[in-house]
Design a protein around this ligand. Structure first.
Ligand SMILES: *Cc1c(COP(=O)(O)O)cnc(C)c1O
Length: 356
């Protein structure tokens, strides 16, 4: 039986992505060859990379606006250091908003390169909200933020307007909601939260911000080199890129980000309404900052945990336990999770209420 998959990442993907990518492993484009055994320089794979890059920009509304899309490897975590490598000037300064584990991971890497100013942090409150009302030093080389905090279940609803380049880690909410993406100069996202399998990272870069530092950048870490090589500087992660392309095509056929945002909002409204209504549960993050992707919640009385866990497991739900730093539960509702799966969870929460 197919599960209701709430995994935080790697996570659920559309069924047609699984079917089509499985087929491509057996016989790619009716070529008599597997996707996994052909050259990445072959006409068929170059077409995959080209379409994935242009479709990513198209869905984000960034086509023809000076942006380039890359599919790199090394995960979002490698971008934590590629960003300062490519943007921080010698004796320069970077500004970071600390909203969670991933943001602080990015800060740690930036510190290796130069002065790193944390403009605000919600760490003292275990990252249960997004800090607001901070000021960003005007002489920073860039500002870095994390749009969605996968572990804590908070999400930035507004982004500052700044003169300097804005860099955003959108790993866990890219392609999930309508944003003016042209506000950002670099957007990066590990594929495995909303786009594809683990193994590739989408990096969208406004080309004009590159080349402003005197730093010598190793080739594999140099965005300009990857752009020049059309995301084929070395052998790209062919299977994750192909599966990501299939997900992007699925999203386009559905009506793009605006269409999926409506469904995502409906899913989030359903679960949060139950968390707020049901006397057995409470939300784990500030209401105004609640994530539409990852809903974190707790039982008011841990004594009900065994009963609740048995109920949701029996209903075919998988991946619900919260991250160890928050505890409780986390319902990750990425693009491919259907509304029906959220209804199943809500029904189980109601069932628990009637049982205890
Ligand atoms: C998962 C995640 C990461 C880390 O991604 P990797 O691809 O494992 O390096 C970084 N940032 C955010 C917001 C994430 O959710």
């Amino acid at each position: 039986m197919k599960k209701h998959n709430y995994s935080a990442g790697p996570c659920i993907l559309p069924q047609e992505v699984f079917d089509k990518s499985a087929q491509a492993i057996l016989n790619f484009n009716d070529s008599g060859l597997s996707l996994l055994e052909i050259s990445h320089r072959s006409k068929d794979f170059v077409a995959v990379m080209d379409e994935a890059r242009s479709l990513a920009l198209e869905l984000l509304g960034l086509e023809g606006k000076g942006y380039q899309a890359l599919f790199l490897s090394g995960g979002a975590s490698l971008e934590f250091l590629m960003v300062p490598y490519n943007l921080m000037k010698e004796n320069g300064k970077a500004a970071y908003l600390d909203t969670g584990t991933w943001a602080s991971g990015a800060i740690k890497e930036a510190k290796l390169f130069g002065e790193t100013v944390v403009v605000a942090s919600s760490k003292e409150q275990n990252y249960n909200h997004i800090p607001k009302g901070y000021t960003v030093p005007t002489d920073a080389d860039y500002f870095h933020c994390t749009s969605n905090n996968t572990i804590f279940g908070t999400q930035m609803k507004d982004f500052p307007s700044l003169e300097m380049p804005i860099v955003c880690d959108m790993s866990s909410d890219i392609f999930s909601r309508v944003i003016d993406f042209s506000k950002f100069d670099i957007i990066y996202a590990g594929a495995q939260k909303n786009m594809g399998p683990a193994g590739t990272t989408l990096v969208v870069i406004k080309e004009e911000i590159l080349g402003k530092t005197a730093r010598v950048i190793p080739s594999m870490l140099d965005y300009a080199k990857h752009i020049k090589a059309e995301s084929m500087y070395n052998t790209p992660p062919v299977f994750p890129v192909y599966a990501s392309l299939l997900t992007l095509q699925w999203l386009k056929n559905l009506g793009g980000i605006a269409a999926i945002e409506k469904i995502n909002n409906a899913k989030a409204a359903l679960i949060y309404a139950e968390i707020d209504r049901n006397p057995l549960f409470k939300g784990a993050s500030a209401i105004e900052d609640r994530s539409i992707m990852n809903a974190t919640f707790l039982l008011n009385d841990e004594a009900h945990a065994a009963t609740f866990d048995a109920l949701w497991k029996a209903a075919g739900i998988s991946g619900l336990p919260g991250h160890r730093s928050v505890g409780g539960y986390r319902a990750s509702m990425y693009n491919a999770l259907p509304l029906e799966s959220v209804q199943v969870l809500v029904d189980i929460m109601k069932e628990l209420e009637s049982k205890v």
